[in-house]
Design a protein around this ligand. Structure first.
Ligand code: NAP
Ligand code: ZN
Length: 348
């Protein structure tokens, strides 16, 4: 075991404190990683504050991890000490079921092990990237292309894959009209990726305060959802709406913005049920669906795509003692556009 510095929350309203945690010895298939950067995803906040229920305290979030390989097990073939690597939302799965065999580890029948908050054999929860180091099975380690800035690549490990995967699934490309609903951490990466895929991208944000940024990220249009005119003007316009909003929404209102056969795909994960009349789906044959992160092969494909197209996250680099304040700013939609903890500089 190795003792490493970490941040932990001990209850829904405790905030974070510094602590130390144990990392397992490096097994034959393992990669030991000295963490440099950890992005703050809104899912970290939902979990730390127990908004979804089921948080195992003490919790150390962080599933947007970039760091340097410090050691590898004897059976590891894909990585060597010194490599810059990433770890996303998952660190283990059975590796044998039909979904694992198909590279969709997020749906592992035996249950995927999340990077944090999954109980392990000894009863303690996995601990994530707000920590100095982590030991991860090689299958769950990604290569971070040299073309990407490591700090700006960290958010791609969740925000990137969570938006890239549904875009691929729903055929985003030239000639397709895509709306990104909510331009926070996921949303701003979504705008960049959809634009890089060649789609016509529109941002639907609460206000126009980030319009200039949205257009710079590659959107051609930007509308405020607090303005009723937005719904009249864009009625029946989009092939796909990617809903990245972290709060409850009147979802049926957004369905009206879809073309016939259009798709509203939610990745934002608030807690209240959707209220949708069947007719809002049936008459225009619309699809209301969701998407969860992505599989491991698709993670690597996404990172390589981002390197090729110059897609990086816009970040605010913060210190380990600034996480509580950062959480409040994320909840207030006051982030431009992802907080990333300088782990190597301020925690390790
Ligand atoms: P974020 O940075 O906080 O962005 C969410 C955006 O939603 C905000 O920037 C804001 O955009 C909009 N928003 C917030 N409150 C709103 C409200 N009351 N009404 C309307 N719009 C509001 O969060 P994130 O890290 O991108 O995560 C977004 C959601 O995705 C979270 O629920 C997270 O748990 C979930 N998530 C899901 C997956 C998955 O696999 N499905 C993966 C990662 C995260 P504007 O300021 O532009 O309006
Ligand atoms: Zn996330």
């Amino acid at each position: 075991m190795t003792t490493v510095p970490a941040l932990e929350a001990t209850s829904a309203d405790s905030g974070f404190r510094r602590t130390t945690i144990e990392r397992r010895p490096v097994g034959p298939q393992d990669v030991a990683i000295e963490i440099q950067y950890a992005g703050i995803c809104h899912s970290d906040i939902h979990t730390a504050r127990n908004e979804w229920g089921g948080t195992h305290y003490p919790v150390t979030p962080g599933h947007e991890i970039v760091g340097r390989v410090s050691a590898v097990g004897e059976a590891v073939t894909g990585f060597a000490p010194g490599d810059t690597v990433g770890v996303g939302c998952f660190v283990d799965s059975c590796g044998r079921c039909e979904y694992c065999a198909d590279g969709q580890e997020q749906f592992c029948i035996e249950g995927v092990t999340a990077t944090y908050n999954t109980p392990q054999a000894d009863g303690t929860p996995t601990r994530g990237g707000y920590s100095g180091a982590v030991v991860v099975d090689e299958r769950f380690v990604l290569r971070v292309p040299e073309a990407l800035d490591p700090a700006k690549a960290a958010p791609l490990l969740c925000a990137g894959i969570t938006t890239y995967a549904p875009f691929k699934r729903w055929g985003v490309g030239p000639g397709r009209r895509v709306a990104v609903l909510g331009m926070g951490g996921l949303g701003h990466v979504a705008v960049k990726i959809a634009a890089a895929m060649g789609a016509e991208v529109t941002v639907l944000s609460q206000s126009l305060s980030k319009q200039e940024d949205g257009l710079a990220f590659g959107a051609v249009d930007y509308f405020a959802t607090k303005d009723d005119e937005t719904f009249a003007r864009n009625k029946g316009r989009f092939d796909l709406i990617l809903n990245t909003v972290s709060a409850d929404l009147p979802i049926e209102r957004y369905l009206s913005l879809l073309r016939i056969n259009g798709v509203l795909c939610s990745v934002g994960l608030p807690t209240e049920p959707y209220s949708v009349r069947p007719g809002a789906l049936i008459a225009p044959q619309r699809v209301l669906t969701g998407s969860m992160v992505g599989g491991l092969p698709e993670h690597q494909e996404m990172l390589d795509f981002c390197a090729e197209h110059g897609v990086e996250s816009e970040i605010e680099l913060i210190g380990a003692d600034d996480v509580d304040a950062a959480y409040d700013r994320v909840v207030a939609s006051d982030v431009r556009y992802r907080f990333v903890i300088d782990v190597a500089g301020t925690l390790a």
